[in-house]
Design a protein around this ligand. Sequence first.
Ligand SMILES: C[S@@+](CC[C@H](N)C(=O)[O-])C[C@H]1O[C@@H](n2cnc3c(N)ncnc32)[C@H](O)[C@@H]1O
Length: 234
Amino acid sequence: MSGWRATVYTLFPGMFPGPLGHSLAGKALAEGVWALETVDIRAFACDKHRTVDDTPFGGGAGMVMRPDVIDAALSGAAGPGPLVYLTPRGWPLTQQRVKDLAGGAGMRVLCGRYEGVDQRVLDAHQAVELSLGDFVLSGGEPAALALIDACVRLLPGVLGSEASLEEESFERGLLEYPHYTRPPLWRDRAVPEVLLSGHHERIRAWRFAKAQETTRERRPDLWRAFASQTEEED
Ligand SMILES: C[S@@+](CC[C@H](N)C(=O)[O-])C[C@H]1O[C@@H](n2cnc3c(N)ncnc32)[C@H](O)[C@@H]1O
C-alpha cells in the first residue's frame, strides 16, 4: 500500500472520482492503494450568498476566484504534498513531473474556474502552476482528473506489468512506436512484416526507428533534446 493521497479543491466536488472510479485507478482506489479527498471551495465562502469570485482589478472580462476564500479552503482542509494549481499559464506538465508527484506522499490540486485564481493566494501557498497543454479548458477539474490519473498509474502495484512502463512515450525522450494486433491483415492493411518475424533484434531496431521518425515529425522540441543528448553520449 503506497498511501498516496490526492486532495482536490474544487467548486464541483461531484465531478470526482468520475473517471478515476473506473478501471485501474478505480480498482486501486477501492483497494486503498491511493485515497481521494475533495474539498468544496464554496463551503469556505463567508457571505450569505456563498460568493467565491469577484470582478478583476484593472478591468476586463470575467470573474476571478477570491484569495480569502481559497486560503480558507486550503488552510481548513489540508493534505500531504505540494499544492498544484492547474492553469494554462503554468509550466508544461511532463512525465518527469508526474513521476516526482507520484513518488511523494501525495498532492493537493486546486481547480480554477472563471478567469482563474487571485495570484496572491497562489504565491502565499507556494503553488506549483502546471498546464496540461496549449489549450483552454472551462475549468481545472478535467485537468485534475488527468493529472491524478497519470500519477496513480505509476503507484506500485497499480499497473499489472512494470515492464510496460519502460517502453512508453517519453521514457527515453521519444514518443512511442505504433502498435498492431490481430488480425494480421485488416481491410487490405497488413501488419508490418518485421513484427511477424519473431526476430527480436530486428523488431527492436524497427520500433526504435519508428519512435525516432514520429518524434522528429511531430515533436521537434523533444527531438532536439534527444538528438543533443545522443550526440553527447557518442
Ligand atoms: C477558462 S480557464 C481560465 C483561462 C485563463 N483566463 C487564461 O487565459 O489563462 C478556467 C480554469 O480552467 C483550468 N484550465 C484551463 N485550461 C487549462 C490547461 N490547459 N491546463 C490546466 N488547467 C487549465 C484552470 O484551472 C483555469 O483557472
